[in-house]
Design a protein around this ligand. Structure first.
Ligand code: MG
Length: 164
């Protein structure tokens, strides 16, 4: 039995707008700003989706869920991730692990790390120890440091086990 590994990289950025809560990783965080976007603007789930799709060479979130399609307006990013993940699973892939970096000036993400890890693990139906998450401020410079935007980077490792 041989095993194939594939790595995928996901990235997303969304603008902040006044008024909370901040939806991240499927968790509503108590904050005075939210992310603006066509869907529910959950930048973390968007980056996770792109990392998984990229590792499996199955396209990207913009191809699967075009923002020109009114059906996706206000869309639930957890449902989009579930649909994308199902396509990846159908190709015989399983998740080894996901590692994400959230770039944001505020709020502090550490108190929300465990709920977010649990939420992402629940969406993908994997163990929480396969998901990691950390946060970096923008050092008060640039659009992230000024609190105008939030960005997420995510890497995913997939494994496929089959006949040699
Ligand atoms: Mg997005």
């Amino acid at each position: 039995m041989g095993s194939v590994l594939r790595i995928g990289l996901g990235y997303d950025v969304h603008r902040f707008e006044a008024g909370g809560p901040l939806r991240l990783g499927g968790v509503d965080i108590d904050h005075d700003h939210h992310l603006a976007g066509h869907s529910d603007a959950d930048a973390l789930l968007h980056a996770v989706t792109d990392a998984l799709l990229g590792a499996a060479a199955l396209g990207d979130i913009g191809e699967l869920f075009p923002d020109t399609d009114p059906a996706h307006r206000g869309g639930n990013s957890a449902e989009m991730l579930e649909l994308a993940w199902r396509q990846v699973l159908e190709q015989g892939w399983e998740l080894v692990n996901l590692d994400c970096v959230v770039h944001l000036q505020r709020p502090k993400l550490l108190p929300y790390r465990e709920p977010i890890r649990a939420s992402v693990a629940r969406i993908l139906n994997v163990d929480v120890d396969q998901i990691w998450l950390k946060a970096k401020t923008g050092e008060s410079v640039g659009p992230i440091g000024r609190g105008e935007a939030l960005a997420v980077q995510c890497v995913a490792l997939l494994r496929k086990t089959g006949s040699p």
